[in-house]
Every structure is written in structure tokens, then in C-alpha cells.
Design a protein around this ligand. Structure first.
Ligand SMILES: NC(=O)c1ccc[n+]([C@@H]2O[C@H](COP(=O)([O-])OP(=O)(O)OC[C@H]3O[C@@H](n4cnc5c(N)ncnc54)[C@H](O)[C@@H]3O)[C@@H](O)[C@H]2O)c1
Length: 306
């Protein structure tokens, strides 16, 4: 199959590209390299350095004739979305619509979308959240993910394009960018290796559902084989807090480092954990990487890179 991966020079998208290339698919990547890097690009993938908001997109769709669009490009910094919601929506909503319009006009047969189980539910009422938990996103970023989910439903109903929406937990692992606001594993690993003080926001008891990037890739592989439409959480059902992550990474990377806390971040969600029962039942996916194992793989990667 010929598959477009948007954001294929980024952390998750580049791993998905590797898996699709290895499975024998023809992979094309769109990325503007705003947070991704050429280093991550699979050498067998055809690369267009392009912004998903650009008018060039339509012509490329006409020429390339993609079977599938796997959409990972996004402005994915929650705090930036709070500071500048118009910019966030210009990429996450308008950029996505630019892709969807080209997709429907050019015979795309499936769309796979990277949504966010950590933000679409907002402050959770039940733990772990299933896909039917109310959608109450507390950030402009989370709102754009919900909006795109609704557009995908619309494009399926009106134009007949099936979709698989994958609501990821907090993804971590090799190639995660340590310079953004998001990705506490990458940020702490980088600081610990450089001997700089890592700062834990607030009491560090905020929890997230950390899912290893290799498992997320497997969900994208199964999504490609799925003959239908659906929304699926991709998480572990296990909560870990920031203090625990700091302590575990410190052991791997810099045992002398001190634990230091800063002021809490206003509006930060306290707990997030999602159920994977639905994707297990319908797509046969379960997380296989235990948290300790995933953290040591990530730590090893950052050590090598350092
Ligand atoms: N990392 C996580 O924990 C997580 C959790 C839930 C959902 N997601 C979603 O997964 C996707 C990938 O996230 P990631 O963690 O790999 O982040 P990332 O920043 O590494 O990847 C995003 C990629 O998109 C590219 N990009 C950004 N804006 C673009 C634009 N306007 N045009 C073209 N390319 C553009 C970036 O250069 C980057 O390569 C995003 O949609 C994100 O919202 C990530």
C-alpha cells in the first residue's frame, strides 16, 4: 500500500514509518521539521518538507495517490496551545482539514489519526477512562483532538472514508524530543545526563498513563489491517506519577542527582489513565512493554545519544 505519514520525521511518526516500511509498504512523509528532524526519517521513505497547511498539499495528493493517510503531524505542546490557541488550531484543525479535503478528492481509503487519551477526557470522573467517558478537554490542544475526531466521523458518513482514531496515553521512548514542554521522560533524561537540575512541577503526584512507543507502533500496524472504523485508547491502564519517573530515571542515569520541586503548573490535570479493553477486544492489541523495561530502553537510548 502507499501510505502518507504526516509528522513522519517526529518521535512517534518516524517509528510508525519504520514499521510500515519494514512491512513492505511504500511510505511518503510530510513534515515541516518544526519539531521533527531529518535524522529520524526512514531512508526508504519519500520525504516532502511541507507544512500541512500549505496549498502544495493538494498537488502532491493528486500525483502520489495515497491509499492511506496516517496523521501524526501536530502542534503538540499543550502549554503553547494555551498561550496561542489560534496558532494551535491553525495546524491541528485547519491543517488537518487541508489534508482531509485532499484525501477525499483523491481516493484515500483509510485515515489513521493520533488523538490523545491524556487530554480529550479532561479531569477524569472514572479510572481508567474508557472511550465512552465524557469528552471534557481542558486545553485548546485537547479541543482540537476532539474536533478532528468529529470531522473524521463526518468524512466517513458523508464521503465513506473509514477511520481509526488512536487515543494515546503519554508516549515515551527513543527519539522523543527533550527540548519541548511535553515528554517528561525525555526532559528528565536529558537533564540528568547533562548534570543539570531537573525540576518536578508541584508535588509530583500528578499521574499519567505511560505507554512505550514500540507498543504504540504496533497499534498503528493493527489499525492498518483493520477493516472498519473506531476510536481506541492506546494505553496501559496503569498510572505512574512524576516523582516515580524521576527516581527510576535517576537510578539509570545520574544516581547523585537531587530531587527538586518547583511551583505547580496552573490548570495541570491531576490524574490520567485509560483503559485498553476495547482495542484488545476489537484489534487484538495489548501493551507488551512493562514500564521499567520501557524506561530502561529509553534511558539507554538517551545515554547513547549523549
Ligand atoms: N507524545 C505523546 O505522548 C502523544 C500523546 C498523544 C498524542 N500524541 C500525538 O501524536 C502525534 C505525534 O506526536 P509526537 O510526540 O511524535 O510529536 P513530534 O513533535 O515529535 O511529532 C510531530 C511532528 O509533526 C511535525 N509538524 C508539526 N507541525 C507541522 C506542520 N504544520 N506541518 C507539517 N509537519 C508538522 C513536526 O515537525 C514533528 O515531526 C501528534 O499528533 C500528537 O498530538 C502524542
Amino acid at each position: 500500500m502507499k501510505i502518507l505519514i504526516t509528522g513522519g520525521a517526529g518521535f512517534i511518526g518516524s517509528h510508525v514509518a519504520d514499521a510500515y516500511v519494514n512491512a513492505g509498504h511504500q511510505v511518503v512523509v510530510f513534515d515541516d521539521l518544526s519539531s521533527g528532524s531529518r535524522e529520524n526519517l526512514n531512508p526508504k521513505a519519500k520525504f516532502y518538507q511541507v507544512d500541512i497547511r500549505s496549498d502544495q498539499i493538494e498537488g502532491i495528493f493528486q500525483r502520489e495517490k495515497f491509499d492511506v493517510v496516517n496523521h501524526h503531524a501536530a502542534q503538540m505542546d499543550v502549554r503553547r496551545s494555551v498561550a496561542d490557541p489560534k496558532y494551535d488550531a491553525s495546524i491541528n484543525v485547519m491543517g488537518t482539514l487541508n489534508l482531509l479535503e485532499s484525501a477525499r478528492k483523491n481516493g484515500v481509503k483509510q485515515i489513521i489519526f493520533a488523538s490523545s487519551g491524556g487530554t480529550v477526557y479532561g479531569e477524569q470522573e472514572t479510572f481508567p477512562a474508557t472511550e465512552s467517558h465524557p469528552l471534557k478537554p481542558l486545553s485548546p490542544y485537547g479541543i482540537t483532538k476532539v474536533a478532528v475526531e468529529k470531522y473524521l466521523y463526518y468524512y466517513r458518513e458523508v464521503y465513506g472514508i473509514p477511520y481509526v482514531i488512536l487515543r494515546y496515553g503519554n508516549v515515551y521512548g527513543p527519539r522523543q524530543n527533550p527540548f519541548g514542554e511535553a515528554g517528561v521522560v525525555a526532559i528528565f533524561a536529558h537533564k540528568l545526563l547533562k548534570g543539570e537540575q531537573a525540576i518536578i512541577n508541584g508535588d509530583g503526584k500528578q499521574t499519567r498513563d505511560y505507554v512505550y512507543v514500540g507498543d504504540v507502533v504496533q497499534a498503528n500496524v493493527l489499525a492498518l489491517q483493520y477493516d472498519g472504523s473506531g476510536i481506541y485508547n492506546v494505553g496501559t491502564g496503569v498510572e505512574n506519577d512524576v516523582n516515580t519517573i524521576f527516581k527510576k530515571l535517576r537510578k539509570h542515569l545520574n544516581p547523585e542527582s537531587k530531587e527538586e520541586h518547583g511551583p505547580p503548573k496552573a490548570g495541570e490535570q491531576q490524574r490520567s489513565v485509560i483503559s485498553f479493553a476495547k482495542i484488545k477486544k476489537e484489534l487484538g492489541w495489548s501493551p507488551v512493554t512493562k514500564f521499567d523495561e520501557g524506561l530502561s530502553l529509553a534511558a539507554e537510548y538517551f545515554k547513547q545519544k549523549h
